[in-house]
Design a protein around this ligand. Sequence first.
Ligand code: GDP
Ligand code: IMO
Ligand code: MG
Length: 422
Amino acid sequence: MPNTILVGAQWGDEGKGKIIDVLTETADVVVRTQGGNNAGHTVYIGPKKYVLHLIPSGILRPGKMCLIGNGVVVDPISLVGEIEGLLKLGVKVNGNLLLSETAHVVFPYHRLLDEQREIRKGKNKIGTTKRGIGPAYGDKAARTGVRVVDLINPARFELLLKARLKENNEILKAFGATPLSFKKVHEEYRRAGDYLASFVANTVVWLHEAARRKEKILFEGAQGTFLDIDHGTYPFVTSSNTTSGGACTGSGVPPNRMDTVVGVMKAYTTRVGEGPLPSENVEISDMLHGLGREFGATTGRARRCGWFDAVATRHATMVNGIDELAVTNIDGLDTLETIKVCTGYRCGSKMYDYIPNDIETFSKCQPVYTDFPGWMTPTHEIKSWKQMPPKAKSYLKAIAELTGAKLSIVSVGPAREQTLFL
Ligand code: GDP
Ligand code: IMO
Ligand code: MG
């Protein structure tokens, strides 16, 4: 497998963690390049469930190197907790994890500001994960951020934190929130800085050396295309570039060193948080929630569910340059007699075959559906594409064709083994 960028082709939670775990078998290095601990990537190995937030899902495969790239925003307390959690589960995290010197640090004031801004927005809230992601990327863009290289330099960190807390405490007071204690934050962050120091590296130089050694690199996208800060349903988005370009800027590996883009999508649509979702459907939501499925891996919130939206995934192919598709959760549709696919939007008298940029227009879009017959038979024990029910094959081929990329992987369950290659 050459250098591969894996992205979510919908609104996040497409099953990226599972597919990364599968693809890591033939990769050498796995890199996270954007987002932070707003991500929740689930991997099952046998009966054991792992949920990764900041650490690449590749960490579960012995002998693979995992990197947290420069484009990620890192809450160091959360990262230490995640490392400790993995160690307790018997996963090796020693010599196989590197943290970029230039990744930006998430502070408690970012989390508090995230929360306060959501409260102020009232019914227009984004429905963020409240992990401080937006304010942290805001500081990065405003050039008021603190980076990992600063966190592990005690003298510099003290000065920077003092200045940052002074300003942010004023903002917090203006919001009516309680200001933070320098002593407490400083102690916690310095302790985390000392813990993380041995993981810190120049990941850009490291990656280029790995590429020279012909090592195969897998870029693990977080969130999904329509949560992208530029290409998503703004303002109902996250604060990073979740599309394939983010893998380059967030790692320092240039576009001409990338070989393939894999888009992961569910056989239906889900979204957590607020914002338009034209193909949202109560029956499919109730059916999936009734099966105990589609609850957020990070916040536990029930995900909103709907029919497969081919307008969205076609748009995702366009902005990411998706070559190959991994379709997950096909087994979620096993019991349905008829399956709908959104193939266009109608807004007043206008038809759209792409996502309109104006959020008000997009909110008013009504889905235009094409019906497909269901296969009404369990798929979770199927071992090869050949064994797939013909109606499931037709459905999968149709959604891949509408999306405009090659169907390469079909996932029929959360486990590694429940993966079919075409
Ligand atoms: P990610 O954020 O894209 O990594 O996805 P999440 O882990 O947040 O959510 C995907 C959910 O679907 C997880 O609970 C996975 O274990 C589960 N999953 C992935 N692929 C399949 C599949 O093919 N079938 C079923 N039943 N579950 C799947
Ligand atoms: P993974 O990597 C699904 C959503 C939030 C909210 C919006 C902004 O597991 O697919 P943020 O906290 O980032 O400022 O929230 O983005 N969101 C996700 N939705 N999967 C994710 O990650 C998400 N990360 C953020 O629910 O709507
Ligand atoms: Mg997730």
